[in-house]
Design a protein around this ligand. Structure first.
Ligand code: AGP
Length: 614
């Protein structure tokens, strides 16, 4: 997820664009850039780092110009560095573009353009797009707007773009598919941005482009809206925004954590986009494809991680052993690095880290590499230390996770690990084509099922009200949902400061059941798929000791409803995919309890988003 900003009007563009980028930094912050146009010359500056680094670097360029575009990057293709930062020029230097999104078929387009003599400075999909637009302009002899439209009908992926042509100083062309784009409409001036925060102080009037819409924005003229696919005229719906700045950065949510919980359907879809090709019956992951023998012939897979990422690793242990029949060992990175582990070159080590900067996980990787293991990184931050230290990897395209409590990172990590396990299961012949296809098709339904699970929010809020003053809580799960119980307990602990423990449900009778009384809420994951009858027995054991039971059940469950004090339903899915759904109500529960306890949800006490020290 990146942030884009643009301006065309009667003011100096530089301060508007720079300040707008600062307001969008929550969308991505690994590099930033700006291009200004004074009607004759284009001044462009871009840099790895934050917008404040751009502000100082931009002192080297002329800051004149009443047309400007800017970009703060969340890298998806190409590591964060100056040359991969946006904006990008076309080969002629006449066109300049900024882009938020992913062009999935950029490699084939890039090769075709190379064959026609185009050269490329960066590794990005965006530089390919701007040169495709230039090539169309030349070969079709059309203006910028038509060239953008023709080019976008050749790309596959997601985009919010702004592009201008040196030959047309009073015009900016924008287009949207999958990534947000708002146009601020002022008095003889227009603003462009990923959300309204860069222009809300100048105008409350905004047009939000719909998917597959583009707009030609010309000074002194009405916005010209078109459908990209068929050039049909669309009519701008100008909204009068009532929001304030703070709300807009959080997308209207009260906290980044809640926003990120609700982003999970989109984040999971972005994570499998371009990788899960269910209709073709394939999973495409370059990092696995190029190293498939190492995985298939591995003695075992060692997973190292911390916190929530460690819980995702536990889920992966069930998935890899159950589906791909590969032995897996999950280790706390902090323990692994110091216990003098036995590691050989027949081991594959998977490091899971949202930030890609966790010191213990990074140290574990280095130890494993010294001992000859192959290291595969699953990170959310492109170009992060762990990503760079790994021999290969796969990014979770969750977008920046601002809330300290990991939510969308957890579900997108599980998504990536599930794709890997399914790919290996197929490669090893553990899966028939039909069983493989069944899993691929079900995985494609998960974003909609997460959306449906989120509908339990109001019910979860009423449950939170009942238990918000508890001093201790227990979370129970079995099988695939045992790690979800641990994760649910961690979420509650870290943002509401209530002590909570996760346990395998069957483990209760080996001691913890002594804790059960009327003051102890027990959150039990009791989905139909996954040792259901045994979990029901555990629930009965708790009930007979007057424990309070809040159960996460498969929709339509009637049996647990008779036993539990509260039930929260989630849609049915395959057993190995239930963690992607059962975690949702537990995320919401911890969020609401923390809010009711007036805790700092996004920045809980004593915590940091990335633990870069031991
Ligand atoms: C989870 O909510 C916490 N923020 C924390 O446990 C986190 O998962 C852990 O520090 C690992 O971080 P990483 O995924 O960035 O490596």
């Amino acid at each position: 997820m990146c942030g884009i900003v643009g301006y065309i009007g009667h003011r100096d563009a530089f301060p508007i664009v720079i300040k707008g980028l600062e307001r969008l930094e929550y969308r991505g912050y690994d590099s930033a850039g700006i291009a200004l146009f004074d009607g004759n010359d284009i001044s462009l500056s871009k840099t790895k780092g934050k917008v404040e680094d751009l502000r100082s670097k931009a002192k080297e360029i002329s800051q004149a110009g009443s047309l400007g575009i800017g970009h703060t990057r969340w890298a998806t293709h190409g590591v964060p560095n100056d040359v991969n930062s946006h904006p990008h020029y076309s080969n002629s230097g006449d066109l300049v573009i900024i882009h938020n999104g992913i062009i999935e078929n950029y490699e084939s387009i890039k090769q075709a353009l190379k064959d026609r003599g185009y050269t490329f400075q960066s590794d990005t999909d965006t530089e390919v797009l701007v040169n495709l637009i230039e090539e169309v302009q030349k070969t079709e002899d059309v203006k910028l707007g038509k060239a953008v439209q023709i080019a976008l009908n050749q790309v596959v992926g997601a985009y919010a773009i702004a592009v201008f042509d040196k030959k047309k100083p009073d015009e900016i062309v924008v287009a949207k598919l999958g990534s947000p784009l708002a146009i601020g409409v002022g008095e003889n001036e227009f603003f462009i941005a990923s959300d309204a925060s860069p222009f809300i102080e100048f105008t409350n009037n905004a047009v939000y482009l719909e998917d597959e819409e583009m707009a030609i924005i010309r000074l002194g003229k009405e916005i010209k809206l078109r459908k990209i696919k068929n050039d049909a005229i669309a009519y701008p719906n100008i909204l009068e925004l009532q929001m304030n700045l703070e709300e807009i950065e959080k997308g209207g949510y009260d906290h980044f954590m809640l926003k990120e919980i609700y982003e999970q359907p989109r984040a999971i879809m972005d994570t499998y986009r371009g990788r899960l090709l269910a209709d073709q019956g394939i999973i495409r992951m370059a990092g696995i494809d190029q190293n498939i023998e190492k995985f298939v012939n591995a003695n075992r897979i060692i997973i190292v991680a911390c916190g929530t990422s460690w819980h995702a690793g536990l889920v992966a242990e069930y998935i890899f052993e159950d589906l791909a029949r590969i032995p897996v060992e999950v280790e706390y990175a902090s323990e692994f690095r110091y216990r003098n582990p036995v590691i050989t070159d027949k081991d594959v080590l998977i490091a899971i880290s949202q930030s890609g900067e966790t010191a213990d996980t990074l140290a574990a990787i280095k130890l494993a590499k010294e001992k000859g293991a192959f290291v595969f990184g699953v990170c959310n931050v492109v170009g992060s230390s762990i990503a760079r230290e790994s021999d290969a990897g796969a990014y979770t395209h969750a977008g920046p996770e601002i809330g300290v409590a990991s939510t969308k990172a957890f579900t997108t990590q599980i998504t990536v690990l599930t794709l890997i396990a399914l790919k290996l299961a197929k490669e090893k012949g553990e899966f028939s084509q039909s069983k493989f296809h069944e899993y691929l098709s079900e995985l494609e339904t998960i974003p909609a099922k997460v959306e449906k699970s989120l509908l339990s929010n109001d019910l979860v809020e009423t449950v939170a009200e009942v238990y918000k003053d508890s001093t201790n809580c227990l979370y129970l799960g079995r099988g695939y949902n045992f790690p979800v119980a641990l994760e649910g307990a961690l979420k509650l602990k870290e943002i509401s400061y209530i002590h909570a423990e996760g346990y395998p449900a069957a483990e209760m009778k080996h001691g913890p059941i002594a804790l059960i009384d009327e003051q102890m809420p027990v959150f039990v994951i009791a989905t139909k798929k996954g040792h259901y009858e045994k979990v029901v027995s555990n629930i009965q054991e708790i009930k007979s000791r007057k424990g309070k039971i809040i159960a996460i059940v498969t929709e339509g469950d009637e049996q647990v409803k008779e036993l539990a004090d509260h039930v929260i339903e989630i849609p049915e899915t395959l057993e190995s995919l239930t963690p992607l759904l059962t975690t949702i109500p537990l995320q919401l529960l911890s969020y609401h309890i923390a809010v009711m306890r007036n805790c700092n949800v996004d920045q809980p006490r004593n915590l940091a988003k990335s633990v870069t020290v031991e």
